[in-house]
Design a protein around this ligand. Structure first.
Ligand SMILES: O=C(CO)[C@H](O)[C@H](O)COP(=O)(O)O
Length: 211
């Protein structure tokens, strides 16, 4: 089980490096988050690439159109994994998968807000998504809904792709997610917003155990 740490709002290359340098022993993937890419483009990916050759870099583009073009640009900048949205057209996702094949990279398809996941997950598997990410939107995390229960139901539809889980996961609730045996656990604020990110990452890693 891999740990992806997401760097979103308010981060920049310097603050990411400060954090990654303290927690790199606990983590596997650096996520350059969507807000950061909106603000700075792919420059953060370019800056992090030479500094962390041993960590995978995920560019959270959440591609909705221009699948080949946008994924290709992120792979050229140094990303190992690029995200696209399950709600995109099949042609878009196939283009992103094609760009990944060109660069030896991988595509993570984010199912955020998709209205018919049981059907779509089967299609994503057939299109060659490397990862399918079940994702609770930031804007709904406080709604009181049991998102882990929903993910548990949906994870049964994922047959071929690796499974990633994201959204509101933290050192306190992580067992509800590790118990689904995902391939990747994605955590943003639960680590980057903690008063002691190294301590939070250590607890998370311990709870992820030897999986
Ligand atoms: O992609 C994202 C938001 O769209 C975040 O990176 C992801 O949800 C993880 O962040 P957090 O653990 O803070 O929810």
């Amino acid at each position: 089980m891999k740990l992806q740490v997401a760097f979103d709002c308010g981060c920049n290359t310097r603050t990411i490096c400060d954090c990654v340098d303290r927690i790199s022993g606990y983590m596997d993937f650096i996520e350059v988050g969507t807000p950061l890419i909106i603000e700075k483009g792919l420059s953060t990916v370019r800056e992090l690439r030479p500094r962390y050759p041993h960590l995978k870099i995920l560019a959270d583009l959440k591609i909705m159109d221009g699948g080949f073009y946008e994924a290709n640009a992120a792979f050229e900048a140094g990303a190992d994994i690029v995200t696209a949205l399950a709600a995109a057209e099949d042609a878009t996702l196939k283009g992103a998968v094609e760009a990944a094949a060109k660069h030896g990279g991988e595509i993570m398809v984010d199912t955020i807000a998709h209205p018919d996941l049981p059907r779509r997950i089967g299609e994503l598997d057939a299109m060659g998504a490397d990862y399918i990410c079940l994702h609770t939107a930031k804007d709904t995390q406080g709604s009181g809904r049991d998102f882990a229960a929903f993910m548990r139901e949906m994870r049964g539809f994922v047959r071929h792709a690796k499974l990633a889980l994201a959204g509101g996961i933290n050192p306190e609730n992580i067992e509800s997610y590790t118990s689904m045996a995902p391939d990747v656990i994605i955590i943003g604020e639960g680590i980057t917003g903690a008063s002691d990110p190294a301590k939070a990452a250590g607890i998370v890693r311990e709870k992820m155990g030897a999986h």
